[in-house]
Design a protein around this ligand. Structure first.
Ligand SMILES: Cc1ncc(C[n+]2csc(CCOP(=O)(O)OP(=O)(O)O)c2C)c(N)n1
Ligand code: SF4
Length: 331
């Protein structure tokens, strides 16, 4: 006889949410706690629906809790620094220092070294920057920080272009995307299909203690990964996918939807790695076609004109499928 009783499912306690008052105290998210730091406070000038502001607040609040509020953050130039800290004001409620555009990792290494020699071993260091500051201009300093295994967690907020200066292409910009420097003109409009530059995988190739990808689609997971990273020492790297309504030409209300679709299409795989080996991945619940993700963004509008660009859409789908196979994202 079929079981007519249906189990009650508290979806609110799932991984996509953070309110979770239904969970036990020790399982609740940092943001569900009244005592959270509010590290990036109200009054900053981020655009409506900015994924970077959201990601940074959750990441740094989690790092603050994990370190008993003994944290110093180094911030590369970019949107996060500019919208939060128009001198002499700042929305940061933590010790925070602005480096140059390209040297946040080196400055953070210096801060960590100074803390070590002065005996302040309980104070920990985070460096943060956008994808331009991380995957391009700051890449040499970052690799040096990894290679020396400096005691720093570096967080890259990846919005897939240089947003603060008017949406120029970076080495994290996806193929076919329109930016100010990859215009939607010519035979193959938008960014080209290159070989890509996967900084999480490059970080893993340095055999550092911890590497993870995260997304504002799954904030509980993001907090978990930051907390785990802060429980470790040595060089650590977290790469967070953060939609940017201004640069992507998307509705501010679609930020979380887009972040979720990036994960569910396979375009942005969520995984963790320790000492160069993958140790965990977040499986896709429901695989979505890449069109669902691309269609919501004006930077891809040229793919869906009167005659959809089937050939290049198929190449993007192939890239997503490759990720799914490579990281084992589907059962
Ligand atoms: C050496 C140097 N070159 C260029 C700039 C100008 N600049 C400031 S922020 C920025 C773009 C930042 O892009 P990204 O790191 O991707 O962060 P986002 O603004 O997208 O968060 C640029 C080019 C600078 N400050 N310093
Ligand atoms: S341009 Fe993008 S990253 Fe910068 S504040 Fe606006 S939404 Fe955020």
């Amino acid at each position: 006889m079929p079981n007519t009783m249906q189990e009650v499912k508290f979806y609110q306690t799932g991984t996509f949410t953070v309110g979770n008052r239904l969970l036990k105290e020790n399982e609740r998210a940092v943001q569900a706690n009244m005592e959270r730091t509010n590290s990036l406070n109200s009054g900053h000038r981020a655009c409506q629906g900015c994924g970077e502001a959201l990601g940074a607040r959750y990441a740094i609040d989690a790092a603050m809790r994990a370190t008993n509020n003994q944290l110093i953050a180094v911030n590369a130039t970019g949107c996060l620094e500019v919208f939060s800290t128009p001198y002499p004001e700042s929305s940061w409620q933590i010790p925070w220092i602005h480096s140059l555009f390209g040297n946040a990792a080196a400055v953070a290494s210096g801060v960590a070294a100074a803390l070590r020699v002065t005996g302040h071993t309980d104070t920990r260091v985070v460096a943060q920057g956008g994808d331009g500051g991380t995957t391009d201009i700051g890449f040499g300093c970052l690799s040096g920080m990894f290679e020396r295994n400096d005691d720093v967690l570096y967080i890259c907020y990846d919005n897939e272009a240089y947003m603060n200066t008017g949406v120029q292409r970076s080495s994290a910009t996806p193929p076919t995307a329109r930016t100010a420097t990859t215009m939607a003109v010519g035979k193959e409009p938008g960014n080209f299909f290159g070989t890509g530059k996967n900084v999480p995988l490059i970080a893993m190739a340095h055999f550092i203690p911890y590497v993870a990808t995260a997304s504002v689609a799954n904030l509980h997971d993001l907090e978990f990964k930051v907390t785990k990273a802060m429980s470790m020492h040595g060089a650590r790297y977290i790469h967070i996918h953060v939609p940017c309504p201004l640069g992507w030409g998307s509705a501010p209300a679609d930020t979380i939807k887009l972040a979720r679709l990036a994960v569910e299409t396979g375009l942005f795989p969520l995984f963790e790695a320790e000492d160069g080996e993958i140790t965990g991945r977040t499986k896709i619940r429901r695989k979505a076609p890449v069109e669902d993700y691309l269609k919501l963004q004006k930077r891809f509008a040229h793919l869906f004109g009167s005659k959809p660009d089937e050939a290049r859409l198929a190449r993007i789908q192939a890239n997503a499928d490759l990720n799914i196979a490579k990281f084992g994202l589907l059962d």
